[in-house]
Structures are given as structure tokens and as C-alpha cells.
Ligand binder design. Sequence first.
Ligand code: NOJ
Length: 750
Amino acid sequence: MTTTTLKTRTILSLLLAACVHAAQGAEPLSIDQRVTQLMKRMTLEEKVGQLTQYSGDADPTGPVAVKGSLRDGISSGQIGSIFSAKGTRSIRQYQDLALQSRLKIPLLFGLDVIHGYKTTFPIPLAEAASWDLEAIERSARVAAIEAAAAGIHWTFAPMVDIGRDPRWGRVMEGAGEDTYLASRIAAARVKGFQGRQLGDTDAVMACVKHFAAYGAAVGGRDYNSVDMSERMLWETYLPPFKAALDAGAATVMTSFNDLNGIPASASRYLLRDTLKGKWHFTGFVVSDWRSIEEMTAHGFVANNKEAAQAALSAGNDMDMESGVYRENLAQLVHEKKVALADVDDAVRRVLRKKFELGLFDDPYKFIDPERERAMLNKPEHRQAAREVAAKSIVLLKNDRAVLPLSKSIRKLALIGPMIKLGVENHGYWSVTVPEVDYAHQAVSAWDGIAAKLGKDATLLYAKGSDIEGEDRSGFAEAVRVASEADAVVIGVGERWDMSGEARSRSKLDLPGVQEELIKAIVATGKPVVVMINAGRPLVFDWTADHAPAILYNWWLGSEAGNAVADVLFGDVNPSAKLPMTFPRSVGQIPIYYNHFNTGRPAPNPTATEWVSAYTDLINLPKFPFGFGLSYTTFRYADLKLDRQTLRGDGKIKVSIQLTNTGKVAGEEVVQLYLRDRVASVVRPVKELKGFRKVALAAGETRTVDFTIDKESLSFFNAALQWNAEPGDFDLMIGASSADIRLQSRFVYAR
Ligand code: NOJ
């Protein structure tokens, strides 16, 4: 049967069933009723099939992409979801097979669409630096439009793990160290991915991951164990998940780690008690890649059968890739080791999403090659990517106003191993789309700058060094080229794949001899701008102290080079602020701004003896959380609180006057921090509780408002109750966590 005939027949039979139902004068069935009817017809093996996911092909350009074993599994209804298949052509092949199965239950297609599909946006940590929720939502929206047009129903994003340890390579996928900022961003991403509603052909289901506490892996070593207090879990690590779920996230992925001795994929506490119990989550849970099977290596279960039993019983609905549900669940139910009711609950959750997506009404609704062609890489998507990329660049230093560079510069030297990189700018976790000339879809810094300057300027180039290795043979040429130029831009950093999954590092310096290259160029005395590509905070003390200007560019996606040029030449005024603290040395890690005061706080940054400090290091980060410069300056003035006492469920209205005191328009992220002076459990020295990103013309003043309520003051007490305690609070408003411009105090009374 041809694909078209199959499609037409399936849709006709579905329509016929609906017409018969309607002709009988019946009310249309609810999704739950439809699920119940379907489940009545399913064998136990077919039910288990719905809980089974395998990865498909990653290369849909071959004639028939589906592998033999998958083919049989799908056409016999024993596989419910495929991930990593992409593109309507490939996905159609899989869906055709599913519709040959007895009950014709459509497949669900998932993919890691982390920061864009065809048009890539900055890596998530970079986007977090924008502190621009609208821009972040737009980025997820574009990713969803493109992915859905390519046949995808479901993205494995957003990743909301709090990252306080830059040795952990996966900090690049998250929103940084702060729970409040990460929670706001989590919600924005979910809204962007899921759009107006599931079932629209421009929306994909979100999957908030990795549940839970994966970011706290001991030593920053990926997949490592996590041991933390429940209070820390609830206060710091769980809120971004809750925020994503409140925003409607349809699914959740478990994490690889064990949490206090229990692997997360079989944690009844996390999955049944918290997620499905306390939080009333009605979507479904998918394991991480083979994380169920890996519980034998953890030493939590003896074999795959026990792994399946533990995971399903704990509330893990779908098995990604390990196949242990498929092999064991039916038998476990027969042996009464797994309750049929638990299996049914899991199946119901998965089927409900398939109905919500509209797949039973039209299994091919996301498969429209014309829409795919029209949507991928649209000019407006590229434009959005360029804007978000420029918003993600952090200006770390700008001595003697080296930046912005003048567009009428005559000779500009571009030096370093990153300058001419093209495809690498897509960054880790980008989706490759083989049908198009992928390598040419990301703009290098060289091309972006050349396009900006046109023919009147001369661009000089020397690579200088590789990213890694000891080869210094290119230094002399780089110094010669720099000496000839009016200014120099150096591009250095981590290779794009040095931060990401399984990319933990014990050293965070600029790799290879790149910092030596910077030293050699700075020694020429030319105005030097250092641009750093990385997926995490790096340690580059010499550069931070000696290079006149530094831009932290992370990995910026398809439009990287154009965005860099926009910022270098002042068409965009940088406005990003660091979402993670930058350490001075690896020995300071984990380092984060919202630490406790301890009983022996250091009275000043150089104090060492008998206070909480290191004897061999100043007690400050290199760059603090929330820090980032602009080409203009801002004055913070006139802090007002409409009352000094917050009672019960009341509110305090806070306002300041923000003035752009420079000569160019700019955006400032005004940050509000609170400190609870005395409480039944010790509280952080400051906690972010609000922020506003404000655009001001040169000379303009605006009122910036915040509201403080009981929620802003609440925390988990020793009994794990979320509550605010009466007493004094410090209120701090500033341009970073370490640059507090205005302060006040207020009282909370019940
Ligand atoms: C493993 C990763 O931990 C997870 O984030 C990802 O979604 C899956 N692999 C699928 O690629």
C-alpha cells in the first residue's frame, strides 16, 4: 500500500468512527473516554509498547531509514515512541509502520531540540545571560515552529538543572546558578515550546529535565551521585521544575544520578510522592537514556527485570532506550510484582498526550513537507536568532572605552582559532539537518565583521594558535599582523564540544596556549578586544586583568558572527548579565552568590585567618553573578517603599528612578535582592527576588517598580514547610549581586 493510500484510509476510518458516534446523537467523547475505550482493546504487550521508546535513525537521507528490529517492533505495536528521527520524510516512514499495527496507535516523535532546530539560537546558558524572558520565549517558539514543521512532537527541553559547578559540562544547557532566574526562564521556555496549545502544528511538547538534582553531581563529574539535604533540594533545585510544570510542561525526564542513594529513575519520593502526588502532575515521565537499565550498575537492583519493576512502580512511565520494560513488564505483571493499575496509569498518561496532540485524528498532521520547507531557516527566524544572540553577549570589561569599535576603522586584525569557525557556532546540542548545506548555515565572526565593515576596511588575519595543544609557531605571525592594525579582535575559548553532556573538566583555563597568545598580542600595545567562546564560566585571570576589553560570547548559534559584529561596532549595546558566578580558580568551586553568611564571615576580601576563606586566595569571585557592562552608564536613585511593614498577605511596592547617564541608548537589568536577617534556619546573604530589563534612551529616566509579597519572603523551614517568618529584611537593588546601588530595610509582621 502506498503511503498516500495508507494515510487516506486511516483518516477515513477515523472520520467514519467519529461520524457513526455523532450520528448516534452522542456527545463527543472526552479524551479520557477515548483513552479508556482504546485501552479496553489493548493487550498487555500493546500497553507496554506505549511505554517503550527507542532512538531511530539519525540520517534520514537513505532510501529506507527504519532498521529491521525497529520495523518489527513498531508494526507489531510494541514501540510507542521514537526519538532522533527527524524530517517529515523519515518520520513518515515510521508513522506508516505504526499504522500497520493492530490498533494503529500513532508514534510519538521526540528530539533534543535544545536551542533551535534548523535556525540555532545561543546555547541555553547564553540565552539566560540575556535575562530577557520575552527573547527566550521567542527563541523556544521559533525552535518549536521549525521542529513541529519537521515532524517532531516533543522536545527534551527545557533543562532546568541548577548549575553551581562550572566543572560540570552540562551547565551550558541550563539557566545558571540562581533558582529564581532559572524558574522564570523555565516557564518562558515551556510557553515558547508549547505555544498556544498542544495539537497546534507549530507547538511541541516540552519535557522538563532532569528530575532531579542532576546539577549537583559531586565534584562536577557528570553522572555522579548527589547527596543533599531535603531543604536544599526543595529550596534550590526543585522550584524550576515546579515553575515549568505550572507553565504547563507536558512531560518530565528523570535524571541519571542517584539522589541520597536512590537512583532518580526509580525514586518513588520524586516521582510518585512529589511529582504525581503533591504536584498533581498529569503528564508522563520518561527515563533518561538507559537510566533504568543503569540501575544495575548503581547497585540498586540485580538485573534488568528488577530495574523495570523498580522504575515502573516508582512512577517512571516510559523507558527510553533500555528496552527493559519491553522485555520484562508483562511478565512482571503476570507475576504480580508490578501492579496492572500502575501500568495502566502510565499508558493512560502517554495516550492522553497522543490524543491531545491530535495524532488519533490525523497521525500525519505534523508531516507536511511543504510546511517543513517553508518554515525551516526562515529569514524572520534568522533575524530573531541574531537579536537573541546579541542580547546574550556579556561585556565583561571595557577599559578606556575600547568598545564599540569605529565602523570607519581602516585596518582591523582578527586573530585566534575561533575567528573563522562557522558550523561550530551552532554549539553543543544543536540539531543537524542533513538535507541542507548545514556547514554554511552559521555565520563566523570573520564573515559577520567583514559584512559589517564592507570594502573600505582591511581585515587582517592570523590564527595564532589552535584551541588545544602546545604549538606556538603561529605567534610571531599573529604579533606581526596585530602590529600592522589599528585595533585587534582576538577569538579564543573552549571548543564547542568541550561543554556538554559527558564534558566535565577538572581544569577551566583557556585551553592550550591561547592565554599566551593573548599575552603576546596585548604586549603590542594595540587596542585589544578579547572574545571568549565557551559553554561555561572559564578561568582567565591574566586576560581579565590585562586585556582592555572582553566579550563573553558563549556559543551564539546560526547568526553568531552577525551578532558579534552588531555588538563590536555598537549597533547593539550589550545588556547581558552573568547567570553564573565566574571563579578565580577551580579551587573556589562550587562558588555562588547566594551562600550563607557562616559564623565567621570574612570582614573583607583579603582576610584569611580564622574566618571562612582560603589562605591562598582573595575571597571574591572573578566576576559575580548578575554582572555585565554596557556602552552606557546607569544611575540608580530614589529608592521608595510604599510602606516599611509588610503584613500578612499584603504587598510592598518598591520603586527606583533609573537614568541612562551615558551618550547612547541601552538596556539595564535592574536586580532586586532580599536578605532575611534572622530566621529559624540560616538564610543566604542575598537572594534574587525580582528583576526588570529596562530600555532607556540616552539621558532618559524611568521609574522601575517591584512588588514584594509574602511569597518573596518564604522559604522551607526545618519541617519543610514553605512559609515566611516575621522579622527584619534587607532590600538591595543593584546592577549585579556585588554592585548594590540602593538599600533599605523593612519588617514582615503576620
Ligand atoms: C541523555 C541526556 O541526558 C538527555 O538530556 C537527552 O535528552 C537524552 N540523552 C536523549 O538524547
